[in-house]
Write a protein that binds this ligand. Sequence first.
Ligand SMILES: Nc1ncnc2c1ncn2[C@@H]1O[C@H](COP(=O)(O)OP(=O)(O)OP(=O)(O)O)[C@@H](O)[C@H]1O
Ligand SMILES: [Mg+2]
Length: 285
Amino acid sequence: MSGIIDDTNNGTAATAASVTAKTTATTAGTTDPTARLVVDNPAPVLRLDGVRKSFGATQVLRGISFEVARHEVVALLGPSGSGKSTLMKCVNLLERVDDGRIWLGDTDITDPRENQDRIRARIGVVFQQFNLFPHMTVLRNVTLAAIKVHHWQRDRAEARALELLDRIGMRAKANAYPDQLSGGQQQRVAIARALMTDPELLLLDEITSALDPMLVGEVLTMVTELKSQGTTILMATHEMSFAHEAADRIVLMRGGVIAENGTPRQVMDESDDPATREFFAHFRH
Ligand SMILES: Nc1ncnc2c1ncn2[C@@H]1O[C@H](COP(=O)(O)OP(=O)(O)OP(=O)(O)O)[C@@H](O)[C@H]1O
Ligand SMILES: [Mg+2]
């Protein structure tokens, strides 16, 4: 399945750039220690600080704090109803937090004075289903938000869309309608659309859970390829073995708070917490 995204040039360029940055920083570090600090501790792409959200009397998020570093893939896990989607919606400004702050880079996106469309252009989002408009072609689906919301010229949007569709091997389907594609192809198109504005952060909320099991693999392969290209991803998933394999870090939500935050091994294999062990035992067959 290799080559779903054939963009190794970008990946290589990104790696080369970061090596150059590190080398420069190390050299600079001998004379200017702060220069090194900046490169070794870049600001997180996403930072949540004490986020709270209730629906009526139901407290869904009861003080959520964690970070996603640049190029990191973080899997957000937790039982159904634990607030994963609510948290994603707060990050994407579809829901307003009751308390706490969310930072995207240097921007406090919970500040109502910030321009919401400009923030949304910096975040790509893919949900479980209903991602594509059935009455529009693939090309129109992929370009729609860029043109209507972010005011791109049609030519620019179509060129970018065709480039992305080419990368996922779907260029030939540009004029097809969603019901002419498999569910897996539709989700890959939805991911391509989310990448249109070259977002700093990609939010993936259960993107394979509505798919036929046969089609899950191709979508997860695409996520793995994005990770290898350095895309920063926060993903809610029930695909535990994929989370174990692909995530750099697991954030486990339970009862509106973060129960665990660590490497897949620390959280999924080695936690001493009985409730955590019970949660993951449930998925092991
Ligand atoms: N708009 C809303 N109005 C009222 N309650 C809501 C709303 N959205 C979510 N909730 C409630 O918030 C809680 C968390 O829901 P959420 O969808 O965030 O959970 P989740 O962790 O994503 O679950 P799943 O794994 O099933 O997707 C649930 O009790 C849900 O009923
Ligand atoms: Mg959900």
